[in-house]
Design a binder for this molecule. Structure first.
Ligand code: 4AD
Ligand code: MG
Length: 479
């Protein structure tokens, strides 16, 4: 008999046909002549209740069906007598597929802490929370491709191994096949990368942007969606060493078009989650409320679904970095010394506490900051006439801070070259990037959305380690 997914069974009206369900036991309880098994197969957050008549099936047949065991059951779907579910399965036959010894299986039918579950990342998919996060993650991946496809963008695979540093920040993981205990040296007594696999120094990419720019200057509208790697030693709830980034790049776009695209995309994705992930969001909303039960009212975050709707209903505030610095400098928060990094002068890089102040306390909605000082931004950004700022745009979100970083790009060859020299970007090895500014160069713009930052926002989860299946952070690469 073909397996029926639990999601389908729970919606079925077919009370005449027998069906076969398979999954993992969440709980089992028995009384004198009946046993109830809550079964989950990951197709939905909801369990199917299996009802076993112990006069028909001896209790010993169920004896190994503990929490975590895999089972298969055949029976008739019937309207449920109990509360809490519309239908249940009246079991005719039941089979153990894989046991889970209760003395060893680490997941109990109770709430575990997220920290504990991180150490059990191989099993945490089986919890309600990670099931919900995993399904939403999939829905968001799908919606991103749909958003771009519907708008005529082409997906481009940027390379993962590269010889360039797209952000010029030097936070890269090196890729090499050289033996670390026998490193070859050249005549200058420097490491001889000519003997390395690619004949040069190579890294894991920090961004697919440079390659996306090459493609955009022919295909007009492109996007990448791939893994990116940063060897920054930041152990925060918002940083991963390996994360996924979505990077659209569009020819003939200026910074305003770029901001419009970013706002449209974020709103589209949030709406998609509300429309397609209602059950999982409802569960996560309850979970969050539970978690914040003991917080003071003013420290509680907005209810998850209201928060998502709130973002949809308001245009994002768009202001320049210079105005933001004025707001921050003059804020009571700053004057009372409540920022860990007090704002004194124009030119300071904004910390996440400043970004969140602007979003959560001052404007109370998402903010797009533009026209940052050139010295705190990457070499490729379009330089403004003032000689001080560049056409950067960062989208800041409540609870997160920066969710998107982007800009209009410098398309003028001489200006780009000069900036690369000023910032010590190796010009020779990036000849291919510079050539696009020689041959048919046009204004263009793009941005990068950190996929896990989006996931943090949409799921309401507090730690980025809990929205990616296998997080990579400093000193953590177990699974
Ligand atoms: O601001 P970033 O560094 O921008 C770029 O990489 C550009 N090349 C993007 C572009 O214009 N095409 O990174 C973009 C986004 C950030 O806004 C943040 O959401 C996310 O990537 N991000 C991280 N997410 C998780 N862990 C990290 N360590 C991250 N670093 C950046
Ligand atoms: Mg950034």
């Amino acid at each position: 008999m073909k397996r029926t997914e639990i999601k389908v069974a729970l919606q079925s009206e077919d009370f005449a046909q027998e069906m076969n369900v398979k999954g993992w036991v969440r709980t089992k309880r028995s009384s004198k002549n009946v046993a109830f098994i809550a079964l989950n197969d990951g197709s939905t957050i909801h369990n199917l209740q299996l009802v076993v008549d112990l006069d028909q099936i001896p209790e010993e047949a169920l004896s190994l069906m503990h929490t975590g065991a895999a089972i298969s059951a055949i029976g008739l779907l019937v309207p449920s007598a109990g509360s809490g579910q519309r239908v249940e399965l009246s079991v005719r036959s039941i089979e153990l597929l894989g046991e889970a010894n209760p003395d060893e299986y680490p997941l109990q039918p109770k709430k575990h802490s997220l920290e504990f579950l991180r150490e059990k990342a191989h099993l945490r998919f089986r919890t309600n929370t990670f099931g919900a996060v995993s399904r939403i993650r999939h829905a968001m991946i799908f919606a991103i491709h749909k958003f771009f496809n519907d708008r005529g963008f082409y997906n481009v695979h940027a390379p993962i191994i590269t010889a360039s540093d797209a952000e010029g920040a030097g936070e890269m993981f090196q890729v090499t096949t050289l033996k670390l205990d026998q490193i070859p040296l050249n005549e200058e007594m420097e490491i001889d990368y000519k003997q390395d696999f690619f004949g040069k120094h190579t890294n894991l990419t920090v961004s697919g942007q440079l390659e996306a720019e090459l493609a955009a200057l022919a295909l007009s509208k492109v996007y990448t969606f791939g893994p990116t790697f940063r060897a920054e030693n930041s152990n925060t709830s918002r940083h991963l060493a390996e994360f996924w980034m979505i990077e659209p790049e569009v020819a003939f776009y200026d910074i305003h078009d770029d901001m419009d695209l970013a706002e449209d995309m974020l709103k589209y994705l949030i709406r998609y989650a509300l429309d397609h992930c209602a059950d999982d969001l409802a569960f996560l909303s309850k979970r969050l409320e539970e978690e914040e039960k003991n917080k003071k009212a003013e420290e509680k975050s907005m209810e998850l679904i209201s928060k998502l709707n709130f973002v949809l209903e308001h245009p994002f505030e768009r202001i320049t970095y210079t105005s933001a610095i004025e707001i921050l400098k003059n804020s009571n928060h700053n004057k009372k010394g409540k920022f860990a990094y007090p704002i004194e002068d124009w030119g300071a890089d904004l910390q996440s506490e400043h970004e969140r102040y602007l979003v959560e306390k001052h404007f109370k909605k998402p903010v797009i900051l533009t026209d940052y000082p050139k010295k705190i931004k990457a070499f490729y950004m379009k330089q403004n006439e003032d000689g001080m700022t560049v056409r950067a745009m960062d989208v800041l979100f409540p609870g997160i801070g920066e969710i998107i970083g982007g800009s209009q790009r410098e398309e003028v060859y001489d200006k780009l070259l000069q900036r690369m020299h000023e910032m010590n970007i190796p010009v020779e090895s990036m000849w291919w990037y510079l050539e696009t500014r020689k041959f048919g160069s046009v204004p263009h713009a793009g941005f990068g959305l950190g996929f896990e930052r989006l996931m943090l926002f949409v799921t309401g989860m507090g730690n980025i380690r809990d929205v990616i299946p296998f997080p990579r952070t400093p000193l953590n690469c177990e699974f």
